[in-house]
Design a protein around this ligand. Sequence first.
Ligand SMILES: *[C@@H]1O[C@H](CO)[C@@H](O)[C@H](O)[C@H]1NC(C)=O
Ligand SMILES: *[C@@H]1O[C@H](CO)[C@@H](O)[C@H](O)[C@H]1NC(C)=O
Length: 369
Amino acid sequence: MSACMNVRGKLTTICFVIVFLRCQYASGLAAHPSRGSAGEETWQSNNQRSRHRLSPSQSRIQHRESRGDGPISLHAFNRILIWAWVGVFHQGKELERVLSTEYRVTLLCFSNLPDPVWEDAMNSLYIIMPGFSAGVAPPNYILYQTEQWGHHSLNPYSATWANQRGNSTRQITLDAFQEALEVWDYSSHHLSLFAASPEFRSRPIRFRHVPFAWFPVSPPVEEKSKDIEVLHYGYMSDRRKSILEELEAKGLNVHIAGYSTWGPALSMLLRRAKIVINLHHNDAKILEMCRIMESLSYGALVISEPGAEEALQAQWTNNLIFAEGVDDLKKVIALYVQNETARVEQQTVGWEFAKSHYALEPFIQDHLL
Ligand SMILES: *[C@@H]1O[C@H](CO)[C@@H](O)[C@H](O)[C@H]1NC(C)=O
Ligand SMILES: *[C@@H]1O[C@H](CO)[C@@H](O)[C@H](O)[C@H]1NC(C)=O
């Protein structure tokens, strides 16, 4: 699985291997029985609407322009392809799980988008969850923005997005966003920043808040299989590196996993973790919700530096453990390493809050038909 992760971070564009994590198509309407919740009923009732299919000659423009401000009609497409970079593997997988109750969905996971070899591309909807570059953009796509504010791919004029269908001219971010059926962003704070930006505001871009989701884990994680006290995983920025070095100098033993651990290997690692430490990538201090949701879903206690987004920070104050500065981090981590009862109590609080506020269905069900 990790064969293509010899790239360091998200920087190089060497690796063009798509890993087909799951090629099996879920088979549409009757494939999965109802899971029974109230939200689920609404979700499934959309199902009754008739499907009509566009011919290949009908273009993305039609998909974009014909629906006004209304929902995207997923039934207009023969299938959905979720293209997720490895860092958001679990989020791509959850999107696949939820959508495949009604649609034919394929999840492809990649470390960098290759040029497309697509069958039936005009009749397919792509949900692209890029690390930073969308490769060659498909005809119909939802762009699910997964990067933190400040990342170069969010600079309106950065030309890291490749252009349409074999045209090697690089597209600027504004155009890549505008060409999308919708742009989803995990952060509502980002949406207010886009709305305040003259460049983004001047374009007809449809933004939508789709937070990174809590997801069910099966089989459930067992406490007795946890043998890692403190885990750190993901991209090792200079900022993170220096904090981790200081923590280790103070005698804390942190299990560190890099980007080569993702997908199923990461799932296995998360099952073993009692505590996941979340340090900010850079000084923007945007809360790393992808890691937080993933860790909570796998039943770990998350100890995090506080985030800079006030509303989000307020929402999570009692549901994660926050600590700032090396001394406090060390103290708080040591406390939860020593006191198993307190850790299990707190991790349960986080898990339940995430489950009740961050399940994916409510954020997309009214919007996709
Ligand atoms: C490639 O894209 C650019 C920018 O959209 C456009 O100006 C150019 O004509 C395109 N070239 C081809 C060969 O389609
Ligand atoms: C451990 O945590 C529990 C629950 O928060 C608390 O009641 C207990 O006093 C703590 N034990 C020690 C030794 O601090």
